[in-house]
Write a protein that binds this ligand. Structure first.
Ligand code: C2E
Ligand code: CA
Ligand code: CA
Length: 639
């Protein structure tokens, strides 16, 4: 019994043992399976994550692409270029803006539509910035196919690949025209007077400052004119502000017509205006003062005309104060104060006038004004006369005379033409003066024609550019010749080159008409002007007159000698005669005579003299009296 029990127990143990082993194996298998499973799960998870990432990346790049595409097709003009700047693509906005088709743009560089001409340095620095920082931005207007310019702000960005290399550039052109317009508007409000459109006080002060600095550099003169309307306040108060505004606007226009393009007319405030004159020359204060005065006078004249609104007339003259400025240190406030003070002076002196701040300038201007008044008076009374200076041929035979204006002034004695001719020229008095001198010369010719000693003599008369420019000059000369009975073949007109600076064709036409009735022409002061040889051929001239400045130094200055010889040679080739003026010595005469067959005029042959003396001289040297030559300082004393 016991043995049977033990055996069962052993068998059970063995079974249990087997089960244990089996279960252990099973567990191991199970564990193995578990591991594989979790590995598989992780792998799948990883794949899924990767797929997700890829999906996300794709989504992102898709949306980036969408954004890029949307941006590229935005309202702003854009282009894509390669690394050399050759256009690969342009958006619709760019095509629309420039008017070029895509086909025309692709393959071109931005040079096609650049509106600015900038120097190489600019582009070098632009590309330097693109290379260093990957971008650049700045003002870069576009020129459209039809040639219009559009204000644009250009942004250049470099596009790089993963390796960091630049593959393309994108250029975006932002519209800044509105901004520019606003900027201009602000400028206009800040620097211009809204009523008249003229520069305001702020801009004026800035321009004066610039002008003073520029003048210091160039050592030239400028001037400030302070202008105040004489009875504006009364008009404004009695007629109302609307009328006052109209008057100011008209005044602004009148002022603007009185100045040159470089000058500035500003509204200083109320009824005060300031004119800034620049570039009045580098020579003399006197010359600059005369120019400033001329413009000041023009302004006064512009205001002597009444203003007219709604069939009513409003007289409103102006008072002008002038101050010059040059290299002397002087600040803008001080200059304005001076001009203002001078204007005040003009007001107290009775309005409708002009005053200089500088007393010396004022003295000069006053003296000139007095001279002008006297000249006007004496011209009316025909008090000006002519003196006659002999002109002789190469053998010293008397040919005639140059008639030179003389002004015997009641208090100042004989006034030289170099003093009064410029005054006459700048005031227009040269016209009545020229007419009177022409009439005097023609009367003289008519008188001489009945005396055998003088009948063959000619008279040369100086005619100024202004006279020649008169519309009816030819008719006027014809009328004088008719009235006086002078022989036009004995009359010679001396023109200077200043006559020929404008409207040469008109001058040529007038000369032609006068030549047709027998009048001769001589070109005075030859060599001192801007003689363009091209027109010389076209002018119906008879004679060139070598200027006395060359004759003066013909023996000592080789340059002057060369010019004199050149003129002689030139006249020969043009078939013209030559006369040398200002011949004072035998040596000068001998030198000139060696170079050609000339005529002469100068102190060596006689000074300018009154008509009676000239007639006596002609009689004394008439061939009938056996004397052929006018020579030496014969009549020096009688001039
Ligand atoms: P211009 O036409 O060159 O006249 C010659 C000037 O040289 C005259 O001066 C004459 O007196 C001067 N002269 C003559 N011989 C000699 C000489 O040997 N040596 C020197 N140093 N000078 C000499 P004037 O009479 O003082 O006239 C000056 C200028 O005034 C003239 O220069 C002319 O441009 C102008 N002028 C004179 N009369 C008239 C006129 O009736 N009408 C116009 N438009 N201008 C005139
Ligand atoms: Ca002359
Ligand atoms: Ca001359």
């Amino acid at each position: 019994m016991l043995a049977i029990g033990f055996e069962r127990m052993r068998q059970n143990a063995a079974r249990l043992q087997i089960k244990f082993v089996e279960s252990n194996r099973h567990r191991a298998e199970l564990a193995e399976n578990n591991l594989a499973l979790s590995q598989e799960i992780r792998r799948r998870e990883a794949i899924e994550a990767d797929l997700q990432r890829q999906r996300e990346a794709l989504d992102k790049s898709n949306s980036e692409l969408r954004i890029a595409a949307a941006a590229f097709n935005s309202q702003e003009g854009m282009i894509v270029t390669d690394t050399k700047g050759v256009v690969l693509s342009a958006n619709r906005a760019f095509v629309g803006l420039t008017g070029y088709t895509i086909e025309e743009l692709v393959g071109q560089t931005p040079r096609l539509f650049r509106s600015h001409r900038r120097d190489g340095e600019f582009y070098r620095s632009m590309w330097g910035s693109v290379q260093a920082t990957g971008g650049w931005q700045g003002d870069m207007s576009l020129r459209t196919r039809s040639g219009e310019n559009c204000a644009r702000w250009l942004t250049i960005s470099a596009v790089k690949n993963e390796a960091g290399e630049v593959t393309n550039y994108i250029g975006s052109y932002y519209d800044i025209s509105k901004l520019k317009h606003a900027e201009e508007k602000i400028q206009e409000l800040a620097f211009f007077d809204q009523l008249t459109g003229l520069p305001n006080r702020v801009l004026l002060i800035d321009r004066v400052r610039q002008a003073v600095n520029a003048n210091i550099r160039s050592k030239s003169y400028g001037a400030l004119l302070f202008i105040d309307l004489d009875n504006f306040k009364t008009l404004n108060d009695s007629l109302g502000h609307h009328m006052g505004d109209m008057l100011l606007k008209c005044a602004a226009q009148r002022l603007s017509h009185c100045v040159r393009a470089d000058d500035t007319v500003a509204r200083f405030g109320g009824d005060e205006f300031v004119v800034l004159l620049v570039n009045l020359g580098t020579q003399k204060a006197k010359a600059a003062a005369l120019q400033a005065e001329a413009i000041g006078e023009k302004i006064l004249a512009a205001f002597t005309e009444v203003f007219q609104f709604d069939a009513y007339e409003y007289p409103c003259t102006a008072s002008v104060g002038v101050t010059l400025f040059s290299t002397d240190e002087c600040n803008v406030d001080e200059l304005l104060k001076r001009a203002d003070l001078a204007m005040y002076d003009a007001k107290t002196a009775g309005r409708n006038g002009l005053r200089f701040f500088d007393p010396a300038m004022q003295t000069m201007i006053t003296a000139r004004a007095a001279l002008e008044t006297d000249l006007r008076e004496d011209l009316k009374k025909e008090r000006l006369l002519l003196h006659y200076q002999p002109q002789v041929d190469h053998e010293g035979r008397l040919l005639g005379a140059e008639a030179l204006a003389r002004w015997p002034h009641a208090h100042k004695g004989m006034i030289s033409p170099s003093e009064f001719i410029p005054v006459a020229e700048s005031t227009g008095l040269i016209l009545p003066l020229g007419a009177l001198m022409l009439k005097t010369a023609c009367r003289q010719l008519a008188r001489w024609s009945s005396d055998p000693a003088t009948e063959r003599l000619t008279i040369a008369i100086n005619v100024s550019a202004l006279q020649m420019r008169q519309k009816n000059f030819v008719e006027e000369v014809r009328a004088i010749i008719e009235q006086t009975g002078a022989n036009p073949h004995r009359l010679k007109i001396e023109l200077t080159e200043s006559t020929l600076v404008s409207n040469v064709d008109d001058v040529i036409a007038k000369m032609g008409k006068l030549k047709a009735i027998g009048i001769g022409f001589s070109l005075d002061d030859f060599g001192t002007g801007y003689s363009a040889l091209s027109y010389l051929k076209r002018l119906p001239l008879d004679q060139l007159k070598i200027d006395r400045s060359f004759v003066k130094d013909v023996l000592v200055d080789s340059n002057d000698a060369a010019i004199a010889q050149m003129i002689i040679a030139l006249s020969r080739s043009l078939g013209l005669s030559v006369i040398a003026e200002g011949v004072e010595t035998e040596e000068q005469y001998a030198f000139l005579a060696r170079h050609g067959q000339l005529s002469y005029q100068g102190y060596l042959f006689g000074l300018p003299m009154p008509a009676e003396d000239f007639v006596s001289l002609a009689r004394a040297f008439s061939p009938r009296h056996g004397l052929k030559r006018v020579r030496g300082s014969v009549n020096r004393a009688s001039a």
